[in-house]
Design a protein around this ligand. Structure first.
Ligand SMILES: C[S@@+](CC[C@H](N)C(=O)[O-])C[C@H]1O[C@@H](n2cnc3c(N)ncnc32)[C@H](O)[C@@H]1O
Length: 180
């Protein structure tokens, strides 16, 4: 069951990869850019950070970190080859290859030793993990003592127009874009 779910999630992101950024910016009315900038700016008082961005997708958060001087190195992990291909093209275009490393892998089995990173980030990826408990367990394992986990995620909205739009976005627009 867990493996099937993992495969389905990976297939969906492999299919949606070429249009993922467009849809993301369109459906969020570009606010997703601001959220990423805001997330990264919260760590600007720290120094020499070794950052792991899990579920990095097309790499926007990893790229945002890599552009900052307080960040020494960024590693982006995702299990979707196609999402990583889009990330790689953007990283090359911005000439950030020296600062960002992309790794194809599963959050549930991170290919890093214990206590490797100062900061682990996950943006809009937590809800996609087939087993959140194991995923977070793995993240904690690779974090250094006193390391930080930053989660950027939508929270469920129960009522009102925002809830209606959110359900429409999740149930209709995303599904249509995958089929199309
Ligand atoms: C909604 S996208 C978010 C991408 C990016 N972080 C962003 O902010 O736009 C979720 C990503 O999580 C990845 N993903 C989901 N489950 C994963 C897992 N178990 N291991 C690695 N990547 C996973 C998907 O392939 C996809 O690229």
């Amino acid at each position: 069951m867990g493996e099937n779910l993992t495969t389905s999630v990976r297939n969906i992101f492999n299919q949606v990869a070429p249009v993922y950024d467009l849809l993301n910016h369109l459906f969020s009315l570009n606010i997703d850019r601001y959220w990423r900038e805001k997330t990264v700016s919260r760590f600007s008082s720290l120094q020499n950070l070794r950052v792991l961005d899990v579920c990095t997708g097309t790499g926007d958060l990893a790229i945002e970190f890599a552009g900052k001087s307080f960040c020494k190195e960024v590693v982006g992990v995702d299990f979707s080859k196609q999402m990583l291909a889009v990330a790689e093209a953007k990283i090359k275009k911005k000439k950030l290859q020296g600062k960002i490393k992309l790794v194809q892998g599963d959050v549930m089995r991170l290919p890093f030793p214990d206590s490797s990173f100062d900061l682990v980030t996950i943006s809009f990826g937590l809800r996609n993990l087939s087993d959140r408990k194991s995923g977070i367990g793995e993240i904690v394992r690779v974090l250094k003592k006193d390391g930080i986990l930053a989660i950027l995620e939508f929270s469920p909205v129960q009522d009102g127009a925002v809830a209606y739009f959110y359900r429409f976005y999740l149930n209709t627009l995303i599904l249509l874009s995958v089929i199309w």
